[in-house]
Design a binder for this molecule. Sequence first.
Ligand SMILES: [Zn+2]
Length: 281
Amino acid sequence: MRYIEPHAHMVSRVTDDYERMALSGCAAVCEPAFWAGFDRSSPAGFHDYFSQLTEHEPKRAAKFGLKHFCWLCINSKEAEDVQLAAEVIALIPRFLDRPNVLGIGEIGLNKNSRNELRVLEMQVELAAKYRQLILVHTPHLEDKLKGTRLILDVLKNDPRIRPERVIIDHVEEHTVEMVLDCGMWAGMTLYPETKCTPARAVDILETYGRERIWMNSACDWGVSDPLAVPKTALEMKRRGHLGAAIDQVIFQNPEKFLRQSPNFQLPDDSPRRRHGNRTSR
Ligand SMILES: [Zn+2]
């Protein structure tokens, strides 16, 4: 089995998790910028976090043969202070040239507040200006449907944003269809308790098909499982899905989306492919 973990907060995980992921067939791990579990008090805190994501974490992953990529932003949980958000967003362009940066994310909404929406618009503007891929976090539980609609409206109203370059994450049964109908990609987050369980995720695949869908563990400092993707692959196998179908969902689909960033390269890419990606930027 081979897979790509497209959404994991590895700064919160122990080194043993990298080893277990590598042993399970993980080829690359992608880390969106996220809330630390507490509010950072200044832009300098974000500067250090962005340095950690672009300098330190790739080295930690490399010890286990894993490629590490990241996304940069200020998370919606810290978006109530619009002035702080503006100062953090102003820091991001200087990091965009770093070799493991894939785009802007995970931006989005948490409680669907007016300030969160304003900061979302600022970060969509940043992504459009610098032609970055976008990874979107959608709210939890009762806020998810409304929040997903608000986010899709912001993205659809900007003609510079191409839907195939946007992934809307944490979709569930009631939001996946509207995301796919917009031409965007949909991410299913596999959590032991909330969001999708492996069984629910496979139900969604069986209902809506395997195009433009990926799965991730979104493992972080809370209750979560860094091996949720390979465990869900086992659930697919148990239900009789063929190896090619499993490989499409857990490897080829994330690879296809992420290759839209010239920075996304895997260890066994040929020099020609690396060169080709660079020149097509
Ligand atoms: Zn996340």
